[in-house]
Design a binder for this molecule. Structure first.
Ligand SMILES: Cc1ncc(COP(=O)(O)O)c(C=O)c1O
Length: 431
């Protein structure tokens, strides 16, 4: 028997997966599809090379050409986010978060955070990165109706407990956080404010969400593959200039947190693809972010009109790429499974008041991928109708699945990138 059969088995699964997503409605808020020119970088020789350190200061030879790429990626990132410091090395949003925790807080010290049930991410939770760093976590009060940090309560909390770090990390991120107020309180007690923009980085780069660095955040972390539709990876931004000894030391600590803190080599092919994603976002990001948000708002409204309980109603449901639905106590999993069987890919999610993350009561939806394949507000009404048929009308799953496949036929190429006519889901076309 040849082991090549196993190779063919994996290749077949990859083709099936491409086909599956090309025929579905992919609506996981943290996902996106990669542009052809970003994708090209992933199969270059940058893959597999080592470049520990920073451009010009390497532990390995052979990095001169890659140094130009990393320099360009940093330059484009600073331009895109209008800031003076960018580190493009973190291999994920989680890695970026842990690097910053390593840099700015010591075990046993206190940070303020959001609760998981209110939409925080595990990397700032006790079972994730913050727990690994041994940090004492204290939660902000939360306003369920506004789906946001209770700003007065949070300011009081910060002033009372004087944390070392004030963290803002949100996986359910419907409305901008009150960063001005939190940063002011943090700075008064000598703390730094860290804004985890994993989800909303592309909306910020597209100038359609809040601008945390202008509002007082000291550091902005993020994933480079969500609303910013680049390769899987992370990054760290700051507008600290390093113009005093203290400030220099602050930036040095962050760099040291990334390497040697949480990376060795850092996936050079992804850094090259990040540089291309930044250039594409400078070119198309504003239009893309605007349409992504418009689509989320249109979808939320259409779902509401069809009888779904959509969070944030008083504030227009959402100002981001996300929508949060209440499905019924402990019924999130059942609903996400039913949707997936019919070809709508979402995830179950905790909602305010949930205590069991394994049996949550909500669904989180996102519009980044549907927007990228060219859908606009009118298509969102059709998408909402599919949700109604699946969840509320209990239509025949197989029939809905056929209808979704048919609906998807007209949306098979990527928009908001160079080489727009590429069939974004067909990886094998490129090889
Ligand atoms: C707020 C937040 N931070 C960090 C992350 C982790 O990002 P990554 O998957 O890039 O590690 C996520 C993931 O969705 C997130 O929602």
């Amino acid at each position: 028997m040849s082991w090549y059969n196993e190779v063919e088995y994996i290749r077949k699964q990859a083709r099936l997966n491409n086909e599956f997503f090309a025929n579905s409605l992919p609506m996981i808020a943290s996902e996106n599809v990669l542009s052809p020119l970003c994708r090209e970088m992933l199969i270059t020789d940058f893959h597999g090379r080592y470049a520990e350190g920073t451009p010009g200061k390497r532990y390995y030879e052979g990095c001169e050409i890659f140094d130009r790429v990393e320099e360009k990626a940093m330059e484009l990132a600073k331009k895109l986010f209008n800031c003076s410091y960018a580190d493009v090395r973190p291999t994920s949003g989680t890695t970026a978060n842990i690097a910053v925790l390593k840099a700015l807080i010591k075990p046993g010290e206190t940070a303020t955070v959001l609760d998981l049930a209110n939409g925080a991410h595990i990397s700032f939770g006790k079972w994730g990165g913050a727990g690994v760093r041994g940090i004492n976590l204290v939660s902000y009060p939360f306003n369920d109706e506004e789906m946001n940090i209770d700003v007065d309560g949070a300011v009081k909390l910060i002033k009372k407990i004087k944390p070392k770090l004030c963290l803002n990390g949100r996986s359910v991120f419907l409305f901008p956080s009150p960063i001005k107020e939190l940063a002011k309180a943090a700075h008064e007690v000598g703390a730094y404010l860290v804004y985890d923009a994993a989800h909303v980085l592309g909306l910020i780069g597209g100038k359609q969400f809040q601008d945390p660095l202008r509002e007082g955040a000291d550091v902005v972390n993020g994933s480079t593959h969500k609303t910013l539709p680049g390769p899987q990876g992370g990054m760290i931004l700051s507008d600290h200039k390093g113009d005093t000894d203290d400030d220099k030391s602050f930036l040095r600590k962050i760099g040291f947190g990334v390497f040697p803190g949480v990376t060795s080599s850092y996936h050079l092919h992804h850094v090259a693809a990040k540089a291309i994603a930044f250039a594409e976002h400078l070119e198309f990001g504003e239009a893309y972010a605007k349409q992504t948000i418009k689509n989320a708002q249109a979808l939320a409204q259409s779902l509401h009109e069809r009888g779904f309980k959509v969070f944030g109603e008083k504030l227009g449901f959402t100002r981001s790429h996300q929508i949060l639905l209440a499905i019924g106590p402990g019924k999130g999993k059942q609903a996400s499974k039913k949707l997936a069987d019919a070809g709508v890919i979402t995830n179950m999610n905790t909602i305010p008041g949930d205590e069991d993350p394994l049996n949550p009561s909500g669904l989180r939806l996102g519009t980044p991928e549907l927007t990228r394949i060219g859908m606009k507000e009118s298509e969102m009404a059709e998408v909402a109708e599919f949700y109604k048929r699946i969840i509320l009308d209990h239509d025949d799953t197989k029939k809905v699945k056929r209808d979704i496949k048919d609906f998807r036929k007209d949306y098979q190429t990527l928009c908001y990138c160079f080489k727009e006519n590429f069939r974004g889901y067909d990886y094998f076309e490129l090889v």
